[in-house]
Design a protein around this ligand. Structure first.
Ligand SMILES: *Cc1c(COP(=O)(O)O)cnc(C)c1O
Length: 418
């Protein structure tokens, strides 16, 4: 039988999930998330970059396993509070990391005393004007970056992210003028970087921390830990990755004469592999040489392929017991857009993927979809946002209901005519 046939997710029959929750639905296996959390145990603090998957059930799971969170917006601060995180603590349960404060987020961090990680000089001044003293951390752009796509590379001179490394002395002076202590240095060079590039970051952070001096009590490795999307992609060796960080930390501790904490800030690594997008095959067609499978989810549900040419492993839960031979198929969705294709390269070139011959009524599983999946979903083509389900100890729980057609128009009003 084809290894691309899959009838269960974390012990629950796929057909049952589709029957009870409908399609398209994101299904997350809680055990995979806790496993990834435990793998990061060498680091003092694991801070989840919740933008990868900010469902309250995921945040709650992280919180119960000792993981703190990063928030990049006022909305993400509200989510963290709603999931039971305290506003303040040591280490800070919630850190606001951004390159700017919009008015709402500045008011919210001041109101709750949320820790801030400043990615621009303006943030330091604006925050300093609102608070009387305290600690901040600085997000520095070390002058180089790396990501799985040019769009997810967040270092180097084409990137808007972080304080340019040459501006650190100026930002240290600004912090001092505002009565703020720079208690931490943070670098995040990109999402889905490779280990070679990530290893360079420890050296850069050490140098920056020395420049900031002994006010520094924490260094952050940022996120970007890669995830094996394609068969044969290497898995992350956390213990090896930790070594250069631990060495840098020890040298800083010797120099400063006090403890220095190492934080890691993964998004994708914690949640990508736990997630499967369950879709239903609704049409088949041949166009010239291409053999299309059309499912009920498009880039309104999972945007990574159209955004980045991202590859997702896929498998099939057939609706009957007939043997299926494997074929090279193109998988697309329901949207009125020719780019609505899950099997595409960066640049929009359609490719094929080896899959069991699918028929209408089969369930197609798009795997490794727990990170940057639901959170990037939209209402394009007036499609409701999908449902989300979490499987805990073999039992599926609905953790977000599918939007309804009433939800789609709830905030709209027609002006009076005449
Ligand atoms: C997006 C982001 C992360 C997480 O990136 P991943 O590749 O998902 O690990 C971490 N830190 C910051 C500041 C981010 O913006």
């Amino acid at each position: 039988m084809s290894s691309l046939i899959r009838r269960e997710i974390a012990g629950v029959p796929v057909a049952e999930l589709a029957r009870d929750f409908g399609t398209p639905t994101y299904v997350y296996d809680a055990a995979t998330i806790t496993q990834r959390i435990h793998a990061l145990a060498p680091f003092d603090v694991v801070r989840f970059a919740q933008k990868a998957n900010s469902n309250l059930a995921v945040l709650d799971l992280c919180r119960r396993h000792g993981v703190v969170v990063d928030a990049v917006s006022a909305g993400e601060i509200h989510r963290a509070l709603a999931a039971g995180y305290q506003a303040q603590g040591d280490p800070a349960p919630i850190v606001y990391t951004a390159d700017l404060f919009d008015r709402e987020s500045l008011a919210l961090v001041v109101e709750h005393g949320i820790a801030v990680n400043c990615g621009s000089a303006d943030m330091i001044d604006q925050y300093g004007a609102e608070v009387s003293g305290g600690d901040i951390t600085l997000r520095i752009n070390p002058g180089f970056g790396h990501g799985h796509s040019q769009k997810t590379n967040t270092g180097g001179d084409h990137s808007k992210h972080g304080i340019w490394y040459e501006d650190l002395p100026d930002c240290l002076r600004r912090a001092e003028r505002n009565g703020l202590r720079v208690a931490g240095i943070h670098v995040h060079i990109g999402s889905g970087a490779d280990l070679e590039h990530l290893a360079l970051v420890a050296g850069a952070v050490e140098k920056l921390a020395l420049e900031a001096g002994d006010q520094v009590h924490a260094i952050s490795a940022g996120g970007g830990l890669p995830v094996p999307y394609r068969p044969g992609d290497p898995s992350m060796n956390v213990d090896a990755y930790f070594v250069p960080w631990d060495e840098a930390r020890k040298r800083l501790e010797d120099k400063f004469g006090h403890a220095v904490r190492i934080e890691i800030e993964p998004g994708r690594y914690l949640v990508a592999e736990c997630g499967v997008l369950v879709t239903e095959v609704r049409a088949r067609k041949h166009q010239g040489d291409n053999d299309f499978v059309l499912v009920d989810a498009g880039f309104n549900v999972l945007a990574r392929p159209v955004m980045y040419g991202a590859y997702h492993p896929m498998s099939l839960a057939p609706c009957d017991d007939e043997p299926r031979e494997e074929k090279d198929l193109v998988v697309g969705g329901p949207l009125c857009e020719s780019g609505d294709i899950f099997t595409q390269e960066e640049g929009g070139f359609v490719r094929t993927q080896r899959l069991p011959d699918a028929k209408v009524g089969d369930l197609l599983l798009i795997e490794c979809a727990g990170a940057y999946g639901f959170v990037m979903a939209s209402n394009y083509n007036s499609k409701p946002l999908p449902a989300e389900v979490m499987i805990v100890d073999g039992k599926p729980h609905g953790i977000r209901a599918r939007q309804t057609s009433e939800d789609l128009t709830r905030l709209e009003t027609i002006p009076p005519v005449g």
